[in-house]
Design a protein. Structure first.
Length: 274
């Protein structure tokens, strides 16, 4: 579903226009919260149009035209990336949807019921007991249904995109945070998606996830052609560069477990390597 800027701004004052809202939202952002941005020597606060374009995966010209209120088509995926890049609240994200698409955002895709049921009080306590290590519980299609405080602090995108794979492939900022993105993260992630799709061909959420990733990321389509298969990342060491750690690169061991009562549910702990 798409709309034009002229259509959604028709009859509104400048203070309510999409361009004015975007300028206000990017102007208040602290660049220290965004990985990969130049922090020193900045003459003005906030993010530039070029930086927002980079974070949302569009050209500088496309985003500049957007703020000028000229005609453009929007996808839901772009609006979600923009809401995350600008760190919008739930209310602000709703306002962005209304202004850009002429409607409110749809409810998030439902997680697998078995994974949701697995997140009971003892399971949440188990997640919390992994502190200070981040830990989360996800369903078969990598929708995160539960997590501890460290997970939220390390990965503040969770309120905007509860699906790990969609964030890793469809949000340009992920490339800044997942060190050696193509080889260490994208390749193994796609190999896991392939295995899950082969093992659960009846799962429409998995098939939709595959379509979303391959449609939305050209490099993922190239990596997919390697036909690699991985069941899980248990014990793998990967590197991250996160704002939480002052953008210093750290290594983590990925510990992957599955509850016996819900074997398709993933319990993941990231243990900081020595």
């Amino acid at each position: 579903m798409s709309a034009t800027i002229e259509a959604v701004d028709h009859g509104e004052g400048e203070g309510d226009s999409l361009g004015s809202l975007l300028r206000c939202w990017r102007g208040r952002l602290d660049p220290r919260r965004i990985p990969g941005l130049v922090r020193d020597g900045r003459r003005t606060p906030g993010l530039s149009q070029k930086e927002v374009a980079r974070l949302t995966g569009v050209s500088d010209r496309w985003y500049r035209e957007l703020e000028l209120g000229r005609q453009a088509n929007f996808s839901v995926e772009f609006i979600d990336r923009l809401a995350y890049a600008l760190r919008l609240s739930d209310v602000e994200r709703r306002a962005l949807y209304l202004r850009a698409l002429g409607r409110a955002p749809l409810p998030p895709r439902g997680a697998d019921s078995a994974a949701v049921e697995a997140l009971d009080v003892p399971m949440q306590r188990l997640l919390d007991n992994q502190l200070p290590n981040p830990a989360y519980l996800s369903d078969l299609a990598w929708n995160i249904v539960g997590h501890n405080q460290a997970q939220a602090e390390w990965f503040p995108w969770l309120p905007y995109e509860p699906n790990l794979m969609r964030w890793a492939f469809l949000y340009p900022e992920a490339r800044e945070q997942l060190s050696n993105w193509s080889e260490d993260w994208a390749g193994p992630f796609l190999a896991q998606i392939r295995f899950a799709c082969l093992h659960h061909p009846e799962s429409e959420p998995l098939q939709q996830l595959k379509r979303d990733v391959l449609t939305g990321n050209p490099e993922a389509r190239e990596i997919w052609e390697r036909h690699e298969v991985i069941e899980h990342p248990d014990g793998h060491e990967r590197r991250l560069r996160l704002p939480y750690h002052g953008d210093q690169e750290i290594a983590v061991h990925i510990m992957a477990l599955a509850p016996l009562r819900s074997p398709n549910t993933r319990f993941i702990v990231l243990m900081k390597a020595d």
